[in-house]
Design a binder for this molecule. Sequence first.
Ligand code: SF4
Length: 397
Amino acid sequence: MDSSLGVYVHIPFCTRVCPYCDFAVEAVASRGSKAGDWRASEDLYVAGVLAELALRAPTFRGRSLASLYFGGGTPSLLRPDSLARIREAVEAAFSPGSEKVEVTLEVNPSSVEREHLPGFRTEAGVTRLSLGVQSFDDSLLKALGRAHTGDACRRTLAAAREAGFANLSLDLMFAALHQTPAMLEADLAEALAFGPEHISCYELVFEAPTPFGRAAAAGRMNPYPEEGSARMVERIEERLVASGYRRYELTNYARPGYEAVHNRRYWQRRTVLGLGVGAHSTDPASPGRPHGARHANPRVRQSWMDAIGAGHWPIGEEEILDRGVAMAEACFLSLRCEEGLDEAAFRAEFGVSPRAEFGAAIDGFLDGGLLEASGDGRLKLSRSGRMLADTVCAEFV
Ligand code: SF4
């Protein structure tokens, strides 16, 4: 029985909202231009996170802390002492397990963040930085509406190493707007030259409620051609694997030993307590909820603050998982990962084998070469299955 816990803290502030972003975010003036206003927002928000932690910790009592993840938004807009207050409170509520707790901070490349990098490590106790590079190409960054430049990425990466961070992750975007294969090659080469421990590669998605999504719906923007995007996925895998990274999850590559502890919890369906605006939690199994539940906090800061201020846990959405949903998720989330689906573990959890439950889909994919059965009782995506992973995973839903 897993008694560990991951804590996710959502910080919704960004210096501007990118036109493709569908996260719970809001634009705030940069620290330099309206320092007083920003400081008040930051302090109020941190107080809200601490109050929510106090309200919700009893549900997760007794669990040992495995990971703490500051995501957003742009959590690196917070001062190191603000992050330190949250980390200390989380560690006081849940004692660390035997392994060292992974503390990740998402960072955007800018001079404000660079200044704070030493403090993020020494004062806030951050052990891992996730840098939202996206691309080193200024024309692409501009078209994506990002606030930073390629040069800011280079300087932030160098500053992160100088500040003593030994575990760096880079986010890169592909199949984005006017990006060509040559531009992707250049981004991969430049990322590899920095030697990060971890690289995440995401395709640009046109989410309906965003400006890009609306432009795509109106025919003013076009998603990347499928074939071109598939070739990029193939090329990313070839290049990163040849450089010593393992594709341990469909969009994530790591040097051995640097797989993201926190992110893995989601694919492994382990318990996560989400704090802050729009944060998602996966609650453990409990009487009457044998497969656990999922919760999402409200996405509007004021609604979240009002509920916290009144001493209520601000539930935005709740889903109590039934057996069917839990089985489907166990299949497709495992298949996303290098280890694949452990048939014996599935049987132990649900009392039935995955082939008994999803026989037609599994047999079809085995026959079609999209799935492979390994000698150790696992089902894994084949190379062609990884190219069509969305299609395969959708069959289990
Ligand atoms: S910086 Fe990241 S979180 Fe903020 S608006 Fe842009 S994509 Fe969204």
